[in-house]
Design a protein around this ligand. Structure first.
Ligand code: NAD
Ligand code: UFG
Length: 341
């Protein structure tokens, strides 16, 4: 059985990906230090799949402990590297924490690839590397813009590290996946996003407002140069996103002895405004949402959505789930969490 190391595997996107890997009969080792997730997520994964991943509570900033995992699992064939700090605002307040965590973790894993002969890695990148794109939809060849936050900068630097390191490592292959806006939860409602504190992201804020945890959603800006004045993003279902990782792993393993670094956009290709998301949420759930229009949020871009043609043709992968189905899954997950509190 192919053994895959998933870092950040108890986190939001990681847990959904672990489910897909287990369902494809792969063996999974998770590394997570539980800094932004809970051990209980492992129960959700097992309930869905009937299988148990190996779990290693390890901090990737610790090189020796990280290497220890490779000593215990000498047959790891590939790595999917999700583990990182990801809050844009927090990264402005604590830049060193972000550079330390996101860069050191990657460097230690690359060192382990070299030392233990692991040939493949899939890396979690972000459409944040494009900033405010000059042309839409945005392709993988669009210029990388100056990062607007230390978080965004860590993604740019990590891609550069991967590009440079892979060029010197015969037979290694890396795929960097640039996610647009992942939302929703597994249809079982056994795993989903667990935002700690007040959510920064739109969809968790919407579901928490509808469930009464938050009083009112603030719509950040209605005077953008978009059809209804609110900002536009490409919202992708987290299960669709997770499936792309299985495809990327297979592509790397089928590739043979090439040293290369590839980049793919993971989005739907469809841009939706904040007002369109609110409308779709109300329609799919039957809930009416309390919201008010506020000023723009600092650092926000006006519109971004993916050109997915390269991912569609080269990976043979396409996002399949519609926005209403996805928002309904987020709502069911919210109801599930609330019923346990
Ligand atoms: P998440 O916070 O839910 O998951 C990340 C996991 O990594 C957490 O479980 C955390 O405990 C773990 N972790 C962090 N630092 C670690 C360390 N040093 N050692 C071991 N474990 C560590 O985040 P997510 O939303 O699942 O995001 C996964 C990846 O995708 C991240 O790299 C993120 O930057 C990237 N990404 C996310 C989004 C998004 O909107 N969610 C968008 C673009 C890119
Ligand atoms: N928004 C609101 N009200 C809210 C929250 C968000 O109106 O309470 C708006 C934002 O202004 C933006 C849109 O909803 O126009 C989406 O905002 P999110 O915070 O959900 O997502 P972003 O596109 O700002 O950022 C996300 C991740 C980043 C990542 C980026 C690109 O949070 O980590 O996608 O991948 F860098």
């Amino acid at each position: 059985m192919t053994k895959i190391l998933v870092t950040g595997g108890t986190g939001y996107i990681g847990s959904h990906t672990v489910v897909e890997l287990l369902e494809e009969e792969m063996e999974v080792v998770i590394i997570d230090n539980l800094s932004n997730s809970e051990r209980e997520v492992l129960n959700g994964i097992s309930s869905i799949t009937g299988k148990e991943p190996h779990f290693e509570e390890v901090d990737l900033r610790d090189r020796e402990s990280t290497f220890g995992v490779f000593e215990r699992h000498p047959d790891i064939a590939a790595i999917i590297h999700f583990a990182a700090f990801k809050a844009v605002g927090e990264s402005v307040e604590k830049p060193l924490d972000y550079y330390e965590n996101n860069l050191l973790s990657l460097i230690h894993l690359m060192e382990a690839m070299k030392k233990y002969g692991v040939d493949h890695m899939v890396f979690s990148s972000s459409c944040t590397v494009y900033g405010e794109p000059d042309t839409l939809p945005v392709t993988e060849n669009a210029p990388i813009k100056k990062a607007s936050s230390p978080y965004g900068n860590t993604k740019q630097i990590c891609e550069e590290i991967l590009h440079d390191a892979v060029a010197t490592m015969q037979g290694k292959g890396v795929i960097s996946l640039r996610y647009f806006n992942p939302i929703g939860a597994h249809e079982s409602t056994l795993i989903g996003e667990l935002p700690i504190g007040v959510p920064n992201n739109l969809v968790p804020f919407i579901t928490q407002t509808a469930s009464g945890v938050r009083e009112c959603l603030s719509v950040f800006g209605d005077n953008y140069n978009t059809p209804d004045g609110s900002a536009i993003r490409d919202y992708i279902n987290v299960v669709d996103l997770a499936k792309a990782h299985v495809v990327a792993i297979r592509r790397l393993m089928d590739h043979g002895q090439k040293s290369d670094f590839e980049v793919f956009n993971l989005g739907t290709g469809r841009g939706l405004s904040v007002f369109e998301i609110i409308e779709a949420f109300e329609k799919s759930t039957g809930q009416s949402l309390n919201y008010k229009v506020m000023g723009r949020r600092e650092g926000d871009i006006e519109k971004v959505y993916a050109d997915t043609s390269y991912a569609n043709s080269e990976l043979g992968w396409k996002a399949e789930k519609g926005i209403e189905e996805t928002l309904l899954s987020a709502w069911k997950w919210e109801l599930n969490i609330r019923s346990k509190k």
